[in-house]
Design a binder for this molecule. Structure first.
Ligand SMILES: Cc1cc2nc3c(=O)[nH]c(=O)nc-3n(C[C@H](O)[C@H](O)[C@H](O)COP(=O)(O)OP(=O)(O)OC[C@H]3O[C@@H](n4cnc5c(N)ncnc54)[C@H](O)[C@@H]3O)c2cc1C
Length: 397
């Protein structure tokens, strides 16, 4: 049995692996009921907390473990193989943690928040989608209001995944009532700071366990809960790269489990038919090849980001921004096609909802990928700037 680590025990990559495996066992066991009841994966998150995986990205000086983004991406990949909603919730929490961590400068208040996050294993949710704005993250309606050193915010947050189950919400907002919609800040509120009034439910095709309901978020707090750097900086330097890489890792995890099921199905048929492969077998090989491409692309984009992380000029370059943006589009499309191939490989056994080789939940979950910030919105926005992106001159570029 895996023992839960203490807050102070020394940790190694091998230790991470054991701790994540302890969670995936629980997540896999409950994935079907999380999906069918569209309920928060409470068992998996009790395990995530007991394995102290929520603070791994935070440096040791603030009570965390100083894991790098590639390690976090790997946790997302593994969790999503067991339960896509668990993987996505974990990814969203880490994206918000990274935004605070990388842009808090020397904020004492945010330092305290991160210490509490590690010590108490607080789960952070994300609020960017507002009103009828859809995936236009770079515009906010509701402003931060100021009175003395206190702030307040009331926003119609049309989607907040696991809002009702989180210990805090990190939200975008207009800087002030006289600021433009694109002049945004990021604010961290803990549960005692806000109320949520439900606006709409979450009865969706997939990712049902994320419980991404809509709420009126009414929050108040101290002015130093605002992340000091403007969202205009946070968005390209951290929010977009971390979101695209960690979401991509979740979608890759869904695709990997679907491919593993296809492999299991084909092996069984071969065994039972004296060596005959089923007609869908080439689709399995296709899934395997595309999964390799997807993992390779994510690994290469992760390396590129980690190389430039502390270089604002490199992060702002058209080349980097185009690359990281297209990583999301490509990862989401590839993941869908891998899962579809896996389903075709399994034939009726994959199409069934009640077979051990069912790909049904994977397909429903992965179909959220191209619309989680709509790929067409992204491609349209990228349209003219991509014309200026240099086409690689050599194979190694
Ligand atoms: C699994 C999942 C989890 C998510 N979790 C979060 C989260 O935790 N926090 C968060 O902030 N966001 C979350 N989102 C939302 C996501 O970030 C994007 O905002 C969302 O995918 C955009 O989808 P869309 O199709 O509504 O908008 P878009 O495709 O960007 O645009 C749709 C456009 O249609 C218009 N429109 C839409 N509905 C109507 C309507 N009823 N009447 C009139 N006009 C309308 C809107 O004006 C909008 O501009 C999540 C999405 C998914 C799929």
């Amino acid at each position: 049995m895996n023992r839960a680590p203490s807050a102070t025990a020394a940790r190694t990559p091998a230790d991470f692996k054991t701790r994540v495996q302890a969670v995936t066992a629980v997540a896999a066991q409950h994935a079907a009921s999380v999906d069918s009841a569209a309920r928060f994966p409470e068992e998996a998150f009790a395990a995530v907390k007991s394995q102290r995986l929520l603070g791994i990205l935070v440096p040791e000086r603030l009570g965390g473990e100083g894991a790098d983004l590639a390690q976090v991406a790997d946790v997302c990949y593994q969790l999503a193989q067991a339960c896509a909603s668990t993987g996505m919730i974990y990814a969203m929490h880490q994206i918000k943690t990274a935004c605070i961590l990388r842009h808090m400068r020397d904020s004492q208040a945010l330092g305290r928040l991160l210490r509490r996050l590690c010590a108490e294993q607080l789960l952070l949710a994300s609020s960017t989608t507002e009103g009828q704005g859809g995936g236009n993250v770079r515009a906010s309606e509701a402003p931060v209001e100021y009175r003395d050193r206190r702030i307040s915010l009331e926003r119609r947050a049309s989607v907040i995944s696991y809002g009702a189950y989180a210990d805090g919400i990190v939200t975008t907002a207009r800087r002030s009532s006289d600021a433009a919609a694109s002049d945004q800040v990021l604010v961290a509120f803990l549960k005692d700071d806000y109320t949520l009034t439900r606006l709409q439910g979450w009865n969706t095709l997939g990712m049902r366990g994320t419980c991404s309901e809509g709420y009126t978020l009414k929050a108040s707090g101290a002015a130093d809960q605002i992340v000091p750097e403007p969202y205009e900086i946070i968005h390209p330097q951290t929010m977009v790269p971390c979101a695209h890489l960690l979401w991509g890792s979740v979608w890759a995890g869904i695709a990997a489990d679907a491919t593993a099921r296809a492999q299991g199905f084909i092996r069984l048929v071969v065994r039972q038919s004296g060596g005959q492969t089923p007609p869908g077998a080439p689709q399995y090989t296709r899934a395997l090849a595309s999964l390799r491409t997807l993992r390779g692309m994510l690994a290469s984009s992760l390396r590129a980001y980690q190389r430039s992380m502390d270089d604002p000029k490199a992060l702002a370059s058209l080349e980097f921004q185009t690359m990281i943006t297209l990583t999301k589009v490509e990862a989401s499309e590839l993941a869908v096609s891998i899962v579809l191939s896996a389903m075709r490989a399994c034939g009726l056994s994959g199409y069934r909802c009640d077979s051990e080789f069912s790909i049904e939940r994977h397909l429903r979950d992965v179909l959220s990928a191209p619309i989680m910030i709509n790929n067409d919105r992204i491609l349209t926005n990228l349209g003219s700037s991509s014309l200026l992106t240099p086409i690689a001159a050599s194979i190694g570029d």
